[in-house]
Design a protein around this ligand. Structure first.
Ligand SMILES: *[C@@H]1O[C@H](CO)[C@@H](O)[C@H](O)[C@H]1NC(C)=O
Ligand SMILES: *[C@@H]1O[C@H](CO)[C@@H](O)[C@H](O)[C@H]1NC(C)=O
Length: 736
């Protein structure tokens, strides 16, 4: 600072010259490109809960968490599950070299997706899963020529699917499921693009929206390479177009929970790679289709349609991969052939609410795969229970209506105890309040979330094999990617009304009791970007939803102080005098920049609400802004034990700073909050008052709707009084 003053005394010519030099040197010594730096600052101005490293001066050089650079240019922003709060600034468009943007699982990241996103011509991955985005998906999204991976699922997007998406000729993954999208499925027409143009895309995930109209037959063609077509739980009507049968690459097809009508196209039979076909809960009519050609079919859902009454289809026996059939309420009659139960992979036969009659003969050719035969509400009059060790449900059949029938098959199955990763030969003690015991009996703060499978190939969700296999796959993945994971646990598998399988996942940290930000970001990215692939033997397409993580390791440490050395690689031959001047200039400039930034970052009055102008930061004399989380720590979560006084304004707590210094923390309660401007005035005033009868103000906190003042601690027992009385009274007298 002294050098700063020294220099400013020197003539204005030198000063201007010097500034010019220092600016130049500043730009060459800071690694990050100036425009990129400005863009990142603009993003962070809109966000709360930034990672602590984001206060450093140089995003590329100081390795901000979640930022990757190539040279001086920012190429990747990967911040899933960082608890970010705010909106996405349109200035993101200034990051012209950006290739990846992943902000998934930040539920409080809201507002619209800015239209300027279309300027990111290098963008390959746009991943915004499980945020709070609302409004229309901008049509400019179709002008991202490099885009390969587009995931906007589980947000609050409304309006139509932009037809311009059809221009994304490099798109591999397209997921817009679980939004409020409405209107038709766009297909090309003259110069208007549409989804039919996406011939290299492998994934169409559009389930759980409000799409309506008919499925255009132009949507599908033999040029396509689609493997997953998911349009379940929309409002689509009309027939399933026969062009679907042209897409030979298909593996999973879901159109269940719509209002489709008409007959199924005959050429579905050409789809020899489809292993999961979901068409339940529609108004499909005509004859039951013969699907003998679908030789890979494992899961077949046809329940709740209005097909012409038919006998149990004999062609089902030729589908040797069949694992699960759900054909409830489709007017089946006659009998289920005994040989059908002998299919080698068969696990579940669900044929409830049909007209199946006569004697049910399961025979002896079934394999140990078979777990469930559910024929409730049919016309079965006779059954000979040979002590089968799988579930048989014949409730609401004539055979169960005889009085005094107590056979097990005449009772509704009881809910089985469901899977939960067991503990591994260890003894667990009790953990501290919010910590969780891992399967290896350590106490930690795991990263948790829910895996939702849109397809799966096993019937009995209480079975352990799929989960063991999934646990192994997860651990293997974490090990090969060198993620700091000790172990994982899975629990509470359950099906929801959309026929999805949900499963809770906890990932436990290795070598510490919680994850740091980069650990969480890498874990969340493995799921948001679908880098982790679950075992194909059991699981189909999935989405992950990460829970908010509240225990970042690096947030509990104090963030590094800003003494990053000034890096100068100046030529050694330069004049000593000049070098000294430059050094001084750079120092002064960077200090100034830093002070400005620090000021901006710690200025809750600027970002609080731009519409109500609270003006600049409070003019403080030695008082500083404390993050709410820190104050929480200092007072042991505002525990009652730390409570040293209370009154109508709220409570006063005793807190201990990391330095050991005791402080008094006055937290206003909901009803007694002041306006932001008044609060600011109070802080300014208190920070100036130094009087023997008034305890001095050390700092304040104004975030998350809290108004907190931090005072010097005076151990005379009447502190609570002096805070609630004298000080406050003084303020009142002067302010009002
Ligand atoms: C698909 O099925 C139809 C009718 O079932 C048949 O005429 C056609 O040749 C098949 N196409 C292919 C590519 O196998
Ligand atoms: C068929 O409809 C019934 C009654 O509306 C419902 O309980 C059942 O879950 C539906 N089946 C499927 C597979 O969705």
């Amino acid at each position: 600072m002294e050098s700063f003053w020294l220099i400013s005394q020197m003539g204005s010519t030198i000063w201007v010259l010097l500034l010019a030099f220092s600016v130049q040197i500043y730009i060459t010594t800071a690694t990050t490109d100036g425009r990129d730096y400005a863009a990142l600052r603009s993003l962070t101005d809109e966000w709360q809960n930034l990672p602590p490293t984001w206060t450093e001066a140089d995003p590329c050089g100081d390795s901000w968490v979640g930022i990757e650079c190539t040279g001086s240019r920012v190429t990747s922003i990967t911040l899933p599950n960082m608890n970010l709060v705010g909106e996405l600034s349109g200035d993101i468009a200034m990051l012209s070299e950006l290739q990846q943007l992943d902000l998934s699982f930040n539920r409080e990241l809201t507002g619209p997706l800015p239209g300027s996103i279309g300027n990111l011509k290098k963008l390959k991955n746009l991943i915004l899963v499980g945020c709070g985005f609302i409004g229309q998906i901008p049509y400019t999204i179709g002008s991202l020529p490099q885009l390969r991976f587009l995931s906007l699922n589980t947000n609050g997007f409304t309006g139509h699917i932009p037809p311009t998406i059809g221009n994304l000729s490099n798109l591999y993954w397209l997921d817009m499921a679980d939004n409020q999208l409405e209107g038709p499925i766009p297909v090309s027409n003259g110069s208007t693009p549409g989804l039919d143009l996406l011939i290299h895309t492998k994934h169409f995930h559009f389930g759980k929206n409000k799409l309506s109209g008919t499925i255009p037959s132009k949507l599908f063609s033999s040029d396509m390479e689609l493997i997953h077509v998911l349009f379940e739980s929309n409002k689509l009507s009309g027939p399933l177009p026969s062009t679907l049968g042209l897409v030979q690459t298909l593996e999973v097809v879901r159109f269940d929970n719509n209002s489709l009508s008409g007959s199924l196209p005959l050429n579905l039979n050409n789809l020899t790679n489809v292993h999961e076909l979901f068409l339940s809960n529609n108004k499909l009519s005509g004859p039951l289709p013969n699907l003998t050609g679908m030789t890979s079919l494992s899961t077949l859902h046809l329940s709740n349609n209005t097909f012409i009454p038919s006998d149990f289809p004999s062609w089902l026996e030729s589908l040797t991969s069949l694992t699960i059939i759900m054909m409830g309420s489709i007017k089946l009659q006659g009998q289920v052939p005994t040989t059908f139960f002998g299919l080698p992979h068969l696990q579940a036969v669900e044929l409830e609410r049909n007209q199946i009659n006569g004697t049910l003969v399961i025979g002896t050719s079934f394999t140990n795969q078979l777990q469930l035969v559910d024929l409730r509400n049919n016309k079965i009059s006779e059954f000979n229970d040979a002590g089968y060790n799988f579930e048989i449900v014949l409730v609401d059949n004539p055979v169960c209506m005889e009085t005094g029938k107590t056979d097990k098959y005449c009772q509704l199955p009881s809910r089985k105890s469901l899977y939960s990763t067991p503990q591994k030969n260890c003894v667990s003690g009790s953990c501290r309040s919010s910590q969780i015991t891992s399967p290896t009996c350590t106490c930690a703060y795991p990263y948790t979330g829910t895996l939702l499978f849109r397809g799966y190939t096993f019937a009995e969700i209480g079975n352990t094999a799929p989960y063991l296999s999934l646990e192994q796959a997860l651990m293997k993945f974490f090990q090969t990617h060198q993620l700091p994971v000790e172990t994982v646990s899975l629990s509470d598998p359950r099906k929801d009304q959309f026929q999805y399988l949900l499963l809770d996942l906890s990932v436990f940290p290795y070598g510490a009791d919680s994850f740091n930000r980069s650990g969480i970001s890498m874990l969340a990215f493995a799921f948001s970007n679908q880098t982790f692939k679950p075992p194909k033997e059991f699981f189909g397409p999935y989405v992950f939803s990460g829970d908010k993580y509240e225990h970042f390791l690096d947030d509990t440490r104090k963030s590094k102080n800003s003494s990053t050395a000034i890096k100068i690689g100046a030529g050694v031959g330069a004049l000593v005098f000049f070098l000294l001047l430059m050094l001084a200039g750079i120092y002064a400039y960077r200090q100034k920049m830093r002070a400005e930034r620090a000021n901006k970052n710690s200025n809750p009055f600027a970002s609080w609400d731009s519409k109500k102008s609270f003006g600049d930061s409070p003019q403080l004399k030695g008082a500083r802004c404390f993050p709410f989380d820190e104050l929480k720590k200092y007072t042991n979560n505002f525990s009652d034990a730390c409570d040293i006084g209370s009154g109508g304004y709220g409570k006063v707590y005793r807190g201990t700073l990391p330095t050991g210094e005791l402080v008094a923390i006055k937290r206003a309660q909901q009803g007694s909050m002041q306006g932001g401007l008044e609060f600011k005035t109070e802080i300014e005033l208190l920070s100036r008052v130094h009087h023997k009868n008034v305890v001095s103000l050390l700092g304040f906190c104004f975030e998350r709707g809290e108004q907190i003042l931090v005072y010097e601690y005076v151990a005379n027992g009447s502190l609570g009084d002096s805070l609630s009385g004298t000080t406050l009274h003084l303020v009142m007298t002067i302010c009002y």
